[in-house]
Design a protein around this ligand. Sequence first.
Ligand code: PHE
Length: 495
Amino acid sequence: MAYELHPHEKIILAAIARLGIASPELIAADTGLPVDSVHKAMLWASTKGLLHIEETIEERYELTKDGEETATNGLPEKNLLRRAMDVNLISKLKTTMKVKDFGIAIMWARKKGWVELAGDRVKLTAAGEAALKKAQPEESIISGIKAGRQPGDAATAAELVRRKLLKVVKRTKRNVRLTAEGKGAASVLKGAKTANEIGQLTADMIKSGSWRGSKFRRYDVALPAAPLLTGKRHIITQYVQKIRRVFFDMGFAESAGPFVESAFWCFDALYQPQDHPAREMADTFFMKSPKQCKLPDKRIVDEVRKAHEDGGATGSTGWRYKWSPDIAANAVLRTHTTAVSARNLLGVEPPAKIFCIGRVFRNETVDYKHLPEFTQIEGIVADENVTFRDLLGYLKEFYFRLGFKKIRFRPAYFPYTEMSVEPEVYFEERGEWIELGGAGIFRPEVTAPLGVDCPVLAWGLGLERPIMLALGLNDIRNFYYRNDLKLLRESTILR
Ligand code: PHE
């Protein structure tokens, strides 16, 4: 025999050998074991190939809620007949029953030819008179089910299902029989003593010494066991942890910023003109309360204003329009974590490397690719000596450490960076390049007003898309909207 057997397995094997094909309930009754223990022992023995579990799906009729009501109050059309004996005006009859029941009752009584209507009058037909005196097939079925009997009359039962008085409930029934190997095991068991075998050593046994001379059941670590489903972190959280580790390893410090942000940090400090389309309602969630945020120091606000209006001291000509502090004070849900990077620029002491991973919000129509909130990975490197090549190098290294071997860059445009690129990584499994977000070197119009006079590399990358591809998901909603326990249990994170 390949495996040691648990005492319960021995008991059920012997029972099944006697019973032939048996259900767990029958085995429990036969052996005196609780059904739960029988189920467990059955599973163990079946993974060892000793028994075969046959599953059959059994369909049963059960009463619906309306069916239960009918069982107590009677069939509506029959109730109508009874009442119509005394009251034969529809307008009056109506007041004696629930409106819904009355409609149903009239419908069925007419369909069955039990009543005739003439104006406001209801008249019982001969069939109606007869029906009053005799139990109807529907009534027998309903009372039968109530008493635990399944209907024999399939046509009427089907009709009651259509009337939503009955429903069909499917149940899996299990039956077990011994396999050839199981029969062998059972025959060896016959006559063998199992009673004094010890499965678990207790403190009492040690104290009293009663274990001496007993046989111990062997512990088999190779036995298949039920999976242990413990709590774990959400997939997105696991990835965030992994990415934080990569940044820490690369010498970055972590930062965070508020979800409710001023347009100033989200747009103005990033040199996005105030009539830039990205600020419009279509994309940005504007707050009702608070409607406005406090702006930073007047000195800084002034510098940003000058950058927009005529370039100020940045060497640029600016956007050439009248900048409004009121628009800059509008409270929005941050549309990108670049708002955090803008805040980080203020007072930064180069050389500095700072990242931020956080939720951002955009007014997107929800579909398989878009959610109104998602996660961005933001980073800046402020250093006298960095160049565009360093930017590409940081991004390459970052993705390399996350397990992506191939990365390429496409030229791009952002109002706050020059040069600008969109990094893409190659997905081996799909044979596809996918876009990740944006990156570039902050323009002097961004850095100078915030008091930074060295180059600053910056990037803002999407988190959910690469994870979806890594996990083979094709719908971003799977992460949040559906409590897909199977996905949450089975997904593993690349280490
Ligand atoms: N903020 C940009 C976005 O949301 C990405 C970006 C960040 C681009 C930093 C350049 C520099 O997509």
